[in-house]
Design a protein around this ligand. Structure first.
Ligand code: 13P
Ligand code: ZN
Length: 272
C-alpha cells in the first residue's frame, strides 16, 4: 500500500491540520510523533528506502527497532496537508535505541523535529507506564496556556487546580493533573529528561513561556487532551482579565463528588 493511502497516515495529517487551524502552530512551531503498530509498518514498508543512521542525542533502549512518524524540523504544520512528503518522515530506531534513520518522507531533505529527544523519551516512559497503549506525543504552542506561565507560580499543583476549576470536565479528562517544566533551552537532552520525568506521573507537561507536551493513545484522545487544556486556559485568561480573583469556583469537595460519579481517582495532593 502507498504510504499516503494508509488510514494511520490520514489520521496523522488530519491531526496536524487541526492543530494548525486552532492557531497553535505559528511558523514551524510544534511537532507531532506517532509510534507505529507492527501491522502498520508491514502495510507500507515496501515504500521504505533507508537513509544513514544518525544519533538521536539521547538513549531510548525500550524503543529499539520501533518506527515513528515525526514532523520535520523547521517544517510548517500549515503545509502538512498540502505536501505531506515534504513535511514529515517515517523513522526507524536502531537496535540499541541510540540512532534513528529516515525510511520515508522529508523528500526535499531535512531531519525529524529538533524536539526528537523529548518526544522519544516521553514515548519510552509512556510505553512502560501504559503497557504500550500510548502511541502519540504532541507538542504545540497554544497562547493561553503559555500566558498562564507568566502569572502563576510554576508549580504542578497550582496549574492543575486552576485548569481543573476552569471547566468541570477537566478532572475527568486529565485526572492525574499537569506538570510544569521551568523555562529551559528547548531541543536538547536536559529538557527531554525533565519532561519525561513529569510524564511518569502526568499526560500533560507545560513548558513555561513555550508550550505544552501531551501524550495519548490515539490521535482523537491526544488532540482532545490538548484542546481541553487550552480551552480551560482560555477561560482562565478571560476570568483573570475581568477580575483579579474568582468570586466563586468548584471546591475540593465538589471535585470529590465528581470523582465518585465519574469513577476517576483524583490525587488528594490537589484537593486541599
Ligand atoms: P521543530 O521545527 O524543530 O520541530 O521545532 C519547533 C518547536 O516547537 C521547538 O520547540
Ligand atoms: Zn516548541
Amino acid at each position: 500500500m502507498k504510504v499516503l493511502d494508509a488510514d494511520f497516515i490520514k489520521g496523522y495529517i488530519r491531526m496536524a491540520n487541526d492543530g494548525w487551524e486552532q492557531g497553535w502552530h505559528e511558523r514551524n512551531g510544534g511537532n507531532l510523533t506517532y509510534r507505529m503498530k507492527p501491522e502498520e509498518v508491514d502495510m507500507v514498508k515496501e515504500n521504505f528506502s533507508p537513509k544513514e543512521w544518525t544519533p538521536i542525542g539521547t538513549s531510548v533502549p525500550k524503543l529499539a527497532n520501533e518506527y515513528f512518524i515525526s514532523t520535520g524540523s523547521g517544517k510548517y504544520f500549515r503545509n502538512v496537508i498540502i505536501d505531506p512528503e515534504d513535511s514529515f518522515a517515517i523513522i526507524e530506531i536502531d537496535g540499541k535505541g541510540e540512532n534513528y534513520r529516515i525510511v520515508w518522507g522529508l523528500v526535499n531533505g531535512g531531519r525529524p523535529t529538533s524536539e526528537l529527544p523529548s518526544h522519544l523519551m516521553n514515548h519510552e516512559v509512556k510505553l512502560i507506564a501504559t503497557g504500550g497503549k500510548h502511541r502519540v506525543i504532541y507538542h504545540a504552542h497554544p497562547a493561553n496556556v503559555i500566558a498562564m506561565t507568566f502569572v502563576l507560580p510554576l508549580e504542578d499543583k497550582v496549574f492543575t487546580r486552576e485548569l481543573w476549576e476552569m471547566a468541570t470536565e477537566c478532572p475527568v479528562v486529565f485526572p492525574d493533573g499537569v506538570g510544569v517544566v521551568p523555562w529551559m533551552v528547548p531541543g536538547g537532552r536536559d529538557i527531554a529528561v525533565a519532561t519525561s520525568e513529569l510524564m511518569k506521573k502526568y499526560d500533560v507537561a507545560i513548558w513555561a513561556h513555550h508550550g505544552i507536551f501531551v501524550s495519548g493513545e490515539d490521535f482523537d484522545l491526544t488532540f482532545g487532551l490538548m484542546h481541553t487544556v487550552e480551552k480551560s486556559a482560555e477561560i482562565f485568561v478571560k476570568v483573570r482579565s475581568m477580575v483579579p480573583e474568582k468570586r466563586q469556583s468548584i471546591t475540593s469537595d465538589d471535585f470529590r463528588s465528581l470523582a465518585k460519579d465519574f469513577k476517576v481517582t483524583l490525587p488528594e495532593e490537589f484537593l486541599d
